[in-house]
Design a protein around this ligand. Sequence first.
Ligand code: NAP
Length: 337
Amino acid sequence: MTVNRQIVLKRRPNGIPVPEDFALAEAPMPVLAEGEILVRNRCFSMEPAIRGWLDDKESYFPPIPIGGPIRAPSLGEVVESRHPGFQPGDIVRGLNHWEDYSVLTENTILLEKLHPDRSLPLSYYVGPLGGSGLTAYVGLHDVGRIREGDTVVISAAVGAVGGVAGQVARLRGCRVIGLVGSEEKARFATEQLGYHAVVNYRAVPDLAEAVRAACPEGVDVYFDNVGGATLDAMLINMKTYGRIIACGMIAAYNRQDNPPPIFNLWEMVARQLEMKGFLLQTYAASIPAAQAQLEAWIRSGALMVSEHKRHGLENAPALFCELMAGKTTGKAVLEIS
Ligand SMILES: NC(=O)c1ccc[n+]([C@@H]2O[C@H](COP(=O)([O-])OP(=O)(O)OC[C@H]3O[C@@H](n4cnc5c(N)ncnc54)[C@H](OP(=O)(O)O)[C@@H]3O)[C@@H](O)[C@H]2O)c1
């Protein structure tokens, strides 16, 4: 190998991204300095958060520059190491870029050496056993403090995070209602993921009314992946002292300059609600136990895995655009061999 293929940002997307916003480029193969690790990437986690990094706006990470490689959570195999803690053959996870090879250091965000269960596909470790599943688990337990018997509503209910969150809440003895964007997703939610009830927000004239019909006694916990009009409809369905887990607000990601308004915020006061935003990386101490429990459920068949998988680095932009257009069910994951 003399070149390292990368997907770079060609121009900033306007609204929903399109594959033409990206380009395939070639960089020289990196030469390692002391303390660095060379990793051959195997799987990329396609995540809505990447959309925010494509805008020219400061956030919890700086914007990706035009011509720069696309930052993304990934999993790969160490092929060369000048770091005493890593050996060729180790499987590592971390935040790097859409590229064949990445150089990691101790400072790489979310860098972790994994000991994957080889009877499970490696791609699970960027999905239900990676950031998506861990976010669902930590969000429900550490942030939402779910209890047996709670009524829990989850938006983007068959997505990477939502699909795991719905199953975990059910396994913990909650009544779980999913919000989804199509009839096909609604069927998948009840038939495959075990949701007790589901609302297709695109098929009902009034989402708040439809949630009220599904949860006549109100909602204890709302796991919010979407924000916007969905959050607004949920605010008027929460029980007094209800908890809202602010996991993501994808309804605004494609329109950061004109985010959808929230009209029912007064309900935070009137119903004495708690709403807490969180980022998975803050809950590092909870991750080992969460990962062990999710692995056990997957091995036993209690937790069903759903993946929307594509292959080949060159297909990363198209898969990401599908994700941001709401066209995926389960974990959107790209494998490269
Ligand atoms: N806090 C954290 O640490 C953390 C970590 C990972 C992910 N997240 C967040 O969790 C949320 C879910 O992420 P994910 O990876 O699991 O994605 P995903 O749910 O697999 O995919 C996105 C889904 O969002 C729904 N959606 C609703 N409104 C949308 C809109 N305006 N445009 C596009 N999609 C829309 C679509 O499902 P329907 O058609 O069913 O509506 C779509 O399929 C995101 O907000 C993400 O940023 C947070």
